[in-house]
Design a protein around this ligand. Structure first.
Ligand SMILES: [Zn+2]
Ligand SMILES: [Zn+2]
Length: 368
């Protein structure tokens, strides 16, 4: 199979903070261990909104990404249309989901599989090139017709997975990575997910697929909690109407849970998690509050509670999440709520940011 690849493509680029412009850019050429992906769909993530408005955590040429002809967007999928030299792991025509980070592969963290915490983050420009790539953060991303991807970041997907669903694989991979950090062996053990945002909802689905029992989801909005039930939550607790700690204790016969996946970023989340977990339990922080918060460290230490964090989707978790999705172990597409065309990206971003019509995952289709 061959594809006609034009010389120029349409791409959105970031100007000043909050300012995106649709421009023409040359279609990039894949190098060694890279492929050219024709982007078919891209989902919008809260982190895209951060990057567009505030810059971080994107880093281009050692600094903020503004006015550098940089294209954001990181939750995309597409079709391989050209192979770089030596690539035989994939074929032209393969449909792929992509994960964000291809670390430098040389530093201590990359060698441990923690490539999302690569010590050479952003170092990929002339004069300081360690080969680090993170789509839409340190290299051009998915708000464009084409993107270059290192083969390390690709996961093949079957025809039973739709374009929209495939854009959600990286979110499920992030939830999977969090469960990895908790030890991964959650079968038969009670687990709480706090916060029914995209990662929280995917954490419910993945934890249930891995056999956690019961899976308890907490949050403030009933419609999101209902969605959580469809994705596998055995119990939900609306923290506006109920004392969340008491409710979790009651569900678990007073014992508490073994694990908490903290996906809310609420200021008191660590303290509440500490009180709903068994002694020696583990908390994984997948979200964080905007401001520094007070934490009852004594309660954590006295109860031997282990506090873990994740950044992104390490240890090839995206591959395992993709497998669960293609096996239809849960319906990721339930969190996809809106679709827009490529030229309507600003509207899509607005829907995502302002949660218009209770938008959860907003997907942009290309062409559209
Ligand atoms: Zn994201
Ligand atoms: Zn590295």
């Amino acid at each position: 199979m061959t594809y006609q690849i034009p010389e120029k493509m349409k791409a959105w680029v970031l100007g000043d903070p909050g300012e995106l412009t649709l421009v023409e850019k040359p279609v990039p050429q894949p190098g060694k261990s890279e492929v050219l992906v024709r982007i078919d769909a891209v989902a919008i993530c809260a982190t895209d909104l951060e990057v567009i408005d505030r810059g971080q955590p994107a880093m281009i040429q050692g600094g903020l990404p503004f006015n550098k002809n940089f294209t954001p967007g990181h939750e995309y999928m597409g079709t391989i249309v050209k192979l770089g030299p030596g690539v035989d792991e994939y074929k032209v025509g393969d449909r792929v989901a992509v994960e964000i980070h291809a670390g430098c592969d040389t530093c201590e963290r990359c060698r441990e599989g923690m490539y999302t915490a690569c010590l050479n983050y952003g170092k990929n420009y002339e004069g300081n090139d360690k080969g680090h790539r993170a789509n839409g953060f340190t290299t051009d991303g998915g708000f464009a017709e084409y993107a270059i991807n290192n083969i390390k970041t690709l996961t093949k997907i079957g025809d039973n997975v739709t374009d929209e669903e495939a854009t959600l694989i990286v979110t499920a991979g992030t939830a999977m990575y969090g469960l990895d950090m908790l030890g991964g062996l959650v079968a038969g053990q009670p687990l709480v997910v706090t916060g029914p945002g995209p990662i929280g909802l995917m954490a419910v689905a993945v934890a249930k697929a891995l056999g956690a029992n019961p899976v308890i989801l907490t949050g403030t909005r009933d419609n999101r909690l209902e969605l959580g039930k469809k994705l596998g939550a055995d119990y939900t607790v609306n923290v506006r109407n109920q004392d969340v700690v008491a409710a979790v204790r009651e569900i678990t016969n007073g014992e508490g849970v073994n694990y908490v996946m903290e996906c809310s970023g609420a200021p008191n989340a660590i303290n509440e998690s500490t009180n709903m977990i068994k002694r020696g339990g583990k908390i994984c922080l997948c979200a964080f509050p905007a401001e520094p918060v007070e934490v009852d460290v004594a309660a954590l230490v006295r109860n031997n509670i282990c506090l873990l964090t994740i950044r992104g989707e390490g240890r090839s978790a995206v591959h395992r999440a993709a497998s669960l999705i293609s096996e239809k172990r849960f319906d990721a597409s339930l969190i996809h709520t809106h679709t827009f065309g490529f030229n309507d990206l600003p509207t899509a971003l607005k829907y995502s940011k302002e949660r218009i019509e209770d938008a959860i995952k907003v997907v942009v289709k290309i062409p559209g």
